[in-house]
Write a protein that binds this ligand. Structure first.
Ligand SMILES: C[S@@+](CC[C@H](N)C(=O)[O-])C[C@H]1O[C@@H](n2cnc3c(N)ncnc32)[C@H](O)[C@@H]1O
Length: 231
């Protein structure tokens, strides 16, 4: 998907992926897995996900998002008057606009140009969690490996990736979102880093086949949760 595709989605308010409720996996699975010392969660391709408000009750949140409309609306929709500042590591580096309030900072710009150093500049809090809901599955096959290769660079020894993905018969619907099987997940992560450990924690059929604000006309829609670490 090109950047222009996503900018158009935000300009037209065509946000079928956006959920009006916090994802139930957060309290069901993330909360019991969290440690008291976990301080920082990174949310790639974050959109204006309300999940970030849930996460911010427990940790500092750093989101990465291409669209300035998304970053602005995330705070405006919640009646929060966020501040902005420009971040550019060097003249040659990609500029980012940071939208920030309290312990949430959204880095507006291209995820592929963002690095872990920028996210840990302020207080050196290492990234304990990465939360991926509708990020990997938003990308077509030809972009997946590049996304994982870059994502892996944010995973340190203390980081766990909480990955929520969906699966459906690909012939029945063209994406985004794109279907992702357990085998796809293994292949993607193991070709990025042979030392990755992948645990499938949950798999459930979504009975009404709803994803965000859309209902899909597919024979099945399955949601899976993976926890991925570097061993
Ligand atoms: C399917 S949406 C998912 C948003 C969010 N994770 C959620 O659950 O609502 C994918 C998001 O990724 C953003 N995006 C796409 N390419 C990006 C890139 N290269 N860098 C940062 N964000 C990007 C889009 O603007 C869009 O908001």
């Amino acid at each position: 998907m090109k950047a222009s595709f996503w900018h158009k989605c935000w300009e037209r308010n065509s946000l079928g992926f956006h959920q009006e409720q916090v994802h139930p996996f957060l309290s069901q699975y993330l909360l019991p897995l969290m440690n008291k010392q976990d301080r920082h969660v990174f949310v790639p391709l974050c959109g204006k996900s309300l999940d970030m408000f849930w996460l911010a009750q427990h940790m500092k949140v750093s989101g990465s998002e291409l669209s300035d409309i998304a970053c602005r609306d995330f705070f405006v929709d919640a009646n929060i008057d966020a501040q902005t500042r420009l971040y550019q590591e060097s003249d040659a580096a990609e500029p980012f606009t940071q939208f920030f309030f309290d312990n949430i900072t959204l880095w507006q710009g291209d995820f592929f140009k963002l690095d872990t150093k920028a996210l840990t500049l302020d207080d050196a809090a290492p990234i304990n969690w990465i939360y991926d809901r509708a990020a990997l599955i938003a990308l077509p096959l030809e972009m997946r490996q590049a996304y994982i290769d870059h994502l892996i660079s944010f995973i340190g020894a203390e980081t766990k990736l909480f990955l929520i993905s969906i699966e459906f018969p690909p012939a029945e619907m063209s994406g985004p979102p794109f279907s992702l099987t357990e085998k796809d997940v293994s292949e993607l992560f193991l070709s990025a880093d042979k030392g990755c450990q992948i645990d499938c924690l949950a798999k459930r059929d979504i009975p009404d086949k709803r994803f965000g604000q859309r209902q899909f006309d597919v024979s099945y829609l399955r949601e899976s949760l993976y926890i991925i670490t570097k061993s």
